[in-house]
Design a protein around this ligand. Structure first.
Ligand SMILES: *Cc1c(COP(=O)(O)O)cnc(C)c1O
Length: 400
């Protein structure tokens, strides 16, 4: 598309233009990127990076996956958008395919992002006739006002008060605290099966089962936020499967479109019918191009046996990092290809910066942990190249 856009310029020139033209919500960009292919990225100065963050757990099939590119381009050339007064085949097929991943009947509401999937779920909880929601300390559910109301971090919330009300926070992973907070007035409990933004925090075994039992006892909905963990990221379609439960509401987004914006709120059982005509809406949600991307992603994960690959490469990566036995590494937590390297010192921003300079995109969600959320197509050899470089990166931190 050279008629539209010429990427002429060095990173520093482009970064300057970025800062003048875009609102300063994300701070200065780390790099200006121009191209991606498979697990690799290139910046405007021609440097190459191994992408171990995957657009923040989004690019599950890597960059420019041929099956996704072909599905999206041919759909766009056929039917790009219709209003929700009309239906399209991709939207119907994706809803059916998603529902086929659950062991209970349900229905889908499509959105364009994670936070919107949670907004839909939030509104569904109000249709129970109750208003109280129990969330958890450390939770991240998005930045729009409803999703923010169930998000923990005071720095994200405080400037925007008042948020939609009746939300109580209990310690994450503590089934007793949950049991004490939930009563017959509770509309829903919202939980991430693994807290991603909080640094890949894995709750004790049995926590989701306890949450299922507690919510069922009080007639409250169990709303599981799989926006980061879902669509194969942890080696099963959804992370909650590890505990054999069936939630009432499941929200997904990030991995679903492999880079095309799409999210979904899935209602299972009776929760599928709480929204009635006029209760909610969206202009873009379920757009044919976004829906075909979702269909392509689910199809490729199945066709190429990627859940097994997520488990194999994830376990390999975790055990190789632990085997480094480095003084700055306290351990590895997470599951599949959502991993955190726990550090013995709060130096994650320095390590992430050094890694970037060495050609690896990783992330520092909290000061004492690094996050890896690479594409499912990551090869063992690519994973090994990062593990081989890691001790040298950590040694530079110590020297500094
Ligand atoms: C990323 C994320 C969200 C928000 O998704 P957006 O697409 O950024 O709005 C919500 N919940 C969880 C668990 C997430 O990781």
């Amino acid at each position: 598309m050279t008629e539209l856009l010429t990427v002429d310029g060095t990173q520093s020139a482009l970064s300057q233009r970025y800062s003048s033209a875009l609102m300063n919500t994300f701070g200065a960009p780390k790099r200006v990127l121009v191209r991606g292919e498979g697990a690799y990225l290139w910046d405007a100065d021609g440097n190459k990076y191994l992408d171990l963050l995957g657009g923040l757990a989004v690019n599950c099939l890597g960059h420019a996956h041929p099956f996704v590119v072909s599905a999206v381009t041919s759909q766009l050339a056929t039917l790009g958008h219709v209003s929700n007064f009309f239906a399209s085949a991709p939207q119907i097929a994706l809803a059916e395919k998603l529902l086929g991943l659950f062991d209970a009947p349900g229905k889908v509401f499509f959105t364009n992002s994670g936070t919107e999937a949670n907004e839909a779920a939030f509104k569904i909880t109000r249709r129970t006739g109750r208003t109280k929601i129990v969330s958890t300390v450390g939770a991240f559910h998005g930045r729009s006002m409803g999703a923010l109301a169930v998000t923990w971090k005071p720095a994200y919330r405080e400037l925007f008060a008042p948020l939609p009300g009746d939300v109580e926070f209990v310690p994450y992973g503590d089934a007793e605290a949950l049991a004490a907070a939930v009563d017959d007035e509770t509309a829903a409990v919202v939980l991430e099966p693994i807290q991603g933004e909080n640094g890949v925090v894995v709750p004790p075994a049995g926590y989701l089962q306890a949450a299922r039992r507690i919510t069922s006892e009080h007639g409250a909905l169990l709303w599981i936020d799989e926006i980061q963990t879902g669509i194969g990221r942890t080696g099963t379609w959804f992370a909650f499967e590890a505990e054999g439960i069936t939630p009432d509401l499941v929200t997904v987004a990030k991995g679903l479109g492999a880079g095309i914006p799409i999210g979904a709120c899935i209602g299972l059982g009776a929760a599928a019918d709480l929204l009635q005509p006029g209760n909610h809406g969206t202009t873009f949600g379920g757009n044919p191009v976004a829906a075909i991307a979702g269909l392509a992603v689910l199809t490729v994960i199945e066709r190429d046996g990627l859940l097994a690959q997520v488990n194999a490469v994830g376990n390999h990566l975790a055990s190789s990092i632990i085997a480094l036995d480095h003084r700055l590494i306290a351990g590895v937590r997470g599951r599949g290809l959502l991993l955190a390297i726990e550090l013995t010192q709060p130096v994650s921003d320095q390590v992430a910066q050094l890694a970037l300079e060495a050609g690896f995109v990783i992330n520092n969600p909290i000061p004492n942990a690094l996050r890896l959320a690479p594409p499912y197509i990551l090869s063992k050899a690519d994973a090994d190249s990062f593990v081989a470089a890691l001790p040298g990166l950590l040694d530079q931190v110590e020297a500094g």
